[in-house]
Ligand binder design. Sequence first.
Ligand SMILES: Cc1cc2nc3c(=O)[nH]c(=O)nc-3n(C[C@H](O)[C@H](O)[C@H](O)COP(=O)(O)OP(=O)(O)OC[C@H]3O[C@@H](n4cnc5c(N)ncnc54)[C@H](O)[C@@H]3O)c2cc1C
Length: 445
Amino acid sequence: MDEKFDCIVIGGGVAGLSAAMTLARNNMKFLLIERGEFSGSKNVSGGVLWGDGLASLVPDYQDEEDGGWERFINHRRLTFMDGQSAFSIDFKSDHFEEKPYKGVIVLRAKFDNWLAGKVQEAIDASDYAEDSFIATSILVEEVLMENGKAVGIRAGEEKFHADCVILAEGVNNLLTRQVGLQDQYVPADYLATGVKEIIRFDRKVLEDRFQLDGLSGMSNEFLGFATDGIEGGGFLYTNRDSISLGLVLGMKSMREKMKPNDRKIYDILTHFKQHPAVKDMIRGGEVVEYSGHAVSTGDMRVMPKEVYADGVLIAGEAANLLMNSGKAIQGMDYALHSGVLAAEAVIDAKKKGDFSAASLKQYREALEDSFVMKDMRNFQKAVHFLHSEQLFGMVPNLVCDFGRQFFTIENKPTPKTGKMLSNAVKRHSSYTELLKLGIKGARAL
Ligand SMILES: Cc1cc2nc3c(=O)[nH]c(=O)nc-3n(C[C@H](O)[C@H](O)[C@H](O)COP(=O)(O)OP(=O)(O)OC[C@H]3O[C@@H](n4cnc5c(N)ncnc54)[C@H](O)[C@@H]3O)c2cc1C
């Protein structure tokens, strides 16, 4: 492996593998390096890969009996919780069954490994079947620079050279910082921690309980009680014979509200699992895996200064490309698309014989022109709105209070709905506060 590559991709997650697939299909000679034992072994997502990007990367994935994905989404639910109640907005539709699917639930250890297999197939079919590689269990420690240009990487004593490097190292972007595109210190205020359990069921029990048919699946997001006063939310996704249940919690809020020797993150997850509505959903299941991972909040204030430089491009969450606009966490679809766009810029750079920043700038332009940066820019206010304390405290409490009145029938005179609403508003907030929040929300979302 002492020859020079067209490109070295660092990170075998969704961004790196999507870049690698694009490079392989375009007959580029590349090396992808993943520090984990296999692609996906270090990765955590809730997780739903939203959108139809996977269909363009692996066109026949939907027809594979045992592909890398778990279930396609045809049922979505957003639940507001207080200590007693759960009030849900529930949407199920046949239109989700049309191919290409608009969201597939994945387990990363399985999915990334499967995608790496697809990349290997693309390498085998390329002109560089013998000269492009996916290398695992290797930690890249340094991007080699010459006269301000990235020229390769160092892993331990080994050095590998290339015309350019794609950094797809995920949210903990140490190499992006080393090449100077991100400040050394990234405030934790702009990051969150995700924790997740995989709870296994007998498949029939799971399908009956969640009304799943064939490979259809459900996504459920939770606001309120789930996070026990900490900013963030909960999630539940149905896999083939298990569910992924977890929380995403803001680091700033955790620092402020969790004292040392106080509750741990795991205790908050246990608290979430004890809610009557959740308890019923997970009854009889066996916890088979527990994992945690940092995750970006999508705040553009911590995006790298630039996503390209001389001989280097940054894709996926290494570039802080993630959006949580309240409807869903979108990190994997952004990773996939940015990985493809970064690789396309590299392919064009090779044609021009120019891997300078001026040439790689086309990556930034393509990214700006795509749904990724358009959504990132359009929904920045939503990122800030979702951090409003009222959203994970007052709003779910008010909604559940109203729900409790509305759905309870007693043998005494029933108040009109408007009266129920005003009772709930008075108990938890005021019309002025709600109006202000409503205007903020309407502008943000
Ligand atoms: C609890 C949780 C729930 C989430 N839910 C969702 C969801 O439902 N939908 C969604 O779209 N997104 C979700 N996300 C976000 C999503 O997981 C990320 O945005 C996505 O994984 C980013 O992909 P990536 O390829 O950029 O980075 P990663 O998936 O983090 O991949 C980076 C890869 O680089 C490797 N690596 C890092 N440094 C080095 C190095 N120096 N040398 C070699 N290899 C290296 C890592 O081992 C890893 O394999 C969730 C995240 C969490 C934590």
